[in-house]
Design a protein around this ligand. Structure first.
Ligand SMILES: Cc1cc2nc3c(=O)[nH]c(=O)nc-3n(C[C@H](O)[C@H](O)[C@H](O)COP(=O)(O)OP(=O)(O)OC[C@H]3O[C@@H](n4cnc5c(N)ncnc54)[C@H](O)[C@@H]3O)c2cc1C
Length: 387
């Protein structure tokens, strides 16, 4: 593995960072204050992101994306991750890779409009009774002739309010497994406005102001079989094939915010004076900076290695779990220490630190909690010796 960046990767970093600093940072205060992202602002920033070639850049070139290798994509994610999440996710959207699994007709209807910035996708797996244990889901899809009838509730579904459609995972039957019966899962495209499908406002959330979540309700929602994504009963297979790297995306966006917080801390430690000297001259402060920088580098190396291995076809679930675990926990550590170094000023919303600290909290929960990542890593260790 080469640890240096290519000229092209450096350009991706510079272009994305300039966009984030010049176009997204100026609107952060408004989104943080109001908890809302105006539609006219979304449209204005979307147009600029499309013009800059940054919109949907995660997608392969043949469908209109930037065709980046995984490592380059993660560098782009890291830069976007510096900014308020609602701003970067909505205005510089990265459509879900799972849309690439659709049929040509499904790509026309769902993928390309997302890439062109005409709509957004959302992905619905979690239910009030099924979070980490997704196979325990209770929402069902029942076959009725050529149609399927969906019933049940999904919650915590990110940005379903602005999405034009949802990719929904439903229990579609049961099968025998070595550990007893287990549910078979099928994925469906469900358009907003389909009879029997309702999107309700979700919960108010401490992290990521302006980035909404919703509750999805299905009440005898009838869909033709053409709405199935992938094969019947193979919903998790399609998710596993296309969504694996999403954990690396979470890790990368965390690295961007951690680096931003660390930079604030370094600059403050070099300028704030107490007891007649810069506070960075006190070992109690300077050692914090050393630990923050070291942890950040460790997290970044884990993420980059997993990204590099992804393209070699050698990445394992444990590699991605380690990257996600480390980057999300390092962000929490750095955000907290950056506030400590700023003293009271760190808690004031004049600086982005209090929100980076709040925003860090969800990262250890979504896309698989830290405990689930540890479970994945430890299972691999133990399995290797017959455990
Ligand atoms: C803001 C937000 C947005 C989200 N967006 C989406 C979305 O767009 N689509 C979607 O489908 N989901 C979404 N989620 C759901 C998210 O993925 C789940 O919250 C997450 O998987 C955890 O599930 P849970 O919250 O039900 O917690 P639970 O699974 O109930 O876990 C509770 C606690 O038990 C621990 N635990 C559970 N099982 C184990 C185990 N085997 N070993 C050790 N500890 C365990 C967990 O680590 C956790 O600490 C979102 C969540 C949030 C908060």
């Amino acid at each position: 593995m080469n640890f240096g960046l290519t000229d092209e990767q450096r350009l991706i970093v510079e272009t994305t960072r300039a966009f984030v600093e010049n176009e997204l940072y100026p609107h952060e205060a408004e989104v943080e204050r109001t908890g809302h992202l105006r539609l006219d602002l979304i449209k204005e920033l979307q147009a600029k992101a499309i013009e800059a070639g940054l919109y949907a850049a995660n997608m392969p070139a043949e469908v209109g994306g930037a065709g980046l290798d995984t490592l380059s994509w993660l560098l782009y994610e890291k830069e976007l991750g510096r900014a308020n999440y609602a701003l970067h996710w909505t205005c510089v959207a990265r459509p879900s890779n799972i849309l690439l699994a659709g049929t040509p007709e499904q790509k026309e209807k769902y993928l390309y409009p997302c890439i062109r910035g005409e709509t957004w996708d959302c992905l619905a797996m979690t239910e009030p009774g099924a979070g980490s244990d997704l196979r325990g889901m209770k929402a069902t899809a029942r076959q009725d002739g050529d149609d399927w009838i969906l019933n049940g509730t999904k919650h915590f579904i990110s940005h379903a309010d602005i999405a034009g459609f949802a990719i929904v995972f439903m229990a579609s039957g049961e099968e025998d497994s070595p550990r007893g019966k287990r549910k078979k899962i099928t994925a469906f495209f469900v358009d907003k406005g389909t009879s029997g499908f309702t999107v309700r406002d979700g919960y108010r959330n401490v992290s990521h102001r302006g980035y909404t979540n919703a509750i999805l309700e299905f009440d005898d929602c009838r869909l033709p079989k053409e709405q199935i994504l992938g094969e019947v009963h193979k919903g998790f297979e399609v998710a596993n094939s296309w969504l694996g790297a999403t954990r690396l995306q979470v890790a990368s966006t965390c690295l961007g915010r951690a680096e931003r917080a660390l930079q604030h801390a370094i600059e403050y430690a070099a300028s704030r004076e107490q007891f007649g000297q810069q506070i960075g001259k006190f070992q109690g402060v300077s050692f914090k900076l050393a630990d923050m920088a070291t942890e950040l580098k460790a997290a970044e190396l884990l993420t980059r290695e997993a990204g590099w291995k992804y393209d070699q076809g050698t990445v394992t679930d444990e590699d991605m779990a380690m990257a996600k675990l480390k980057a999300t926990e390092v962000l929490a550590f750095i955000a907290d220490e950056a506030i400590q170094i700023h003293g009271g000023m760190g808690l004031m919303d004049d600086l982005p630190l209090e929100r980076i600290w709040r925003d860090a909290r969800v990262e250890r929960i979504w896309e698989g909690t830290s405990e689930i990542q540890r479970h994945i890593i430890s299972r691999a260790l133990l399995r290797a010796v017959g455990g």
